[in-house]
Design a protein around this ligand. Structure first.
Ligand SMILES: [Zn+2]
Length: 219
């Protein structure tokens, strides 16, 4: 009798702990994604010229190929990924993965293989991050354009087109309409014209951001 009781008790405790553990894992899984995860329409994203350009500028044609593969196939082990994309070794693919990783466009999970101190890397892509990065670039440029508009509102000015240095009327006159840095002839800039150009650029970029936001399926 006493043996039976002893045997049963630990089993019950174990089960309860397991259930509790499972529940807590499920809860965090359910809570996290809606807060952070943005779902992206992959087809739309990869059809955007600026998306392709961003990844290619960052990590080259090979980097783009890797990024696309990860988007489509999901998390994959590094050596397998290298083989699938015809890289000789995992070392050769890592260079490109790190470039993407620098901008958080891909991430990895490290898993221990067997009993040895040997790790396996599973890579996955973060396409929503690409949307964010491009949007950020557009927004930065819009802010710069707005600043330029504020500056140009004041009056016409003179510009050295070589070093981009600005001179107001008085400074330009004092220096015989030449740049103090490089001696280039200063160019008269029509404030209204510059403002108009900047405004057009802002409209253009806002339109781009609108189009980019259509890539996002859900937040
Ligand atoms: Zn100059």
């Amino acid at each position: 009798m006493s043996k039976k009781i002893r045997k049963k008790k630990p089993v019950k405790v174990k089960r309860r702990l397991q259930v509790k553990h499972k529940k807590s894992v499920k809860q965090t899984n359910n809570q996290r994604p809606p807060a952070k995860k943005i779902i992206v329409n992959i087809k739309k994203l990869l059809s955007l010229e600026e998306a392709i350009k961003y990844v290619t500028d960052l990590a080259g044609e090979k980097g783009l190929e890797i990024f696309k593969y990860l988007i489509i196939h999901g998390p994959i082990e590094e050596n397998l990924l290298a083989r699938k994309l015809n890289f000789e070794k995992a070392n050769a693919i890592r260079k490109f993965l790190y470039r993407l990783y620098n901008k958080n466009l891909v991430s990895y999970v490290k898993k221990k293989r067997g009993y040895k101190a040997w790790y396996t890397y599973y890579w996955s892509a973060n396409p929503e991050r690409l949307v964010f990065l491009i949007q950020k670039e557009y927004e930065d440029e819009i802010n710069q354009a707005k600043k330029a508009i504020d500056l140009n509102k004041v009056s016409d000015f003179y510009l050295c087109e070589t070093c981009n240095r600005r001179y107001d009327m008085k400074e330009a006159l004092e220096n015989d309409f030449r740049c103090v840095n490089c001696n280039s002839v200063l160019v008269h800039m029509d404030a209204a014209e510059v403002v108009g150009e900047k405004r057009n650029r802002i409209d253009f970029l806002n339109e781009k951001i609108k189009k980019l936001s259509q890539v996002i399926k859900a937040k």
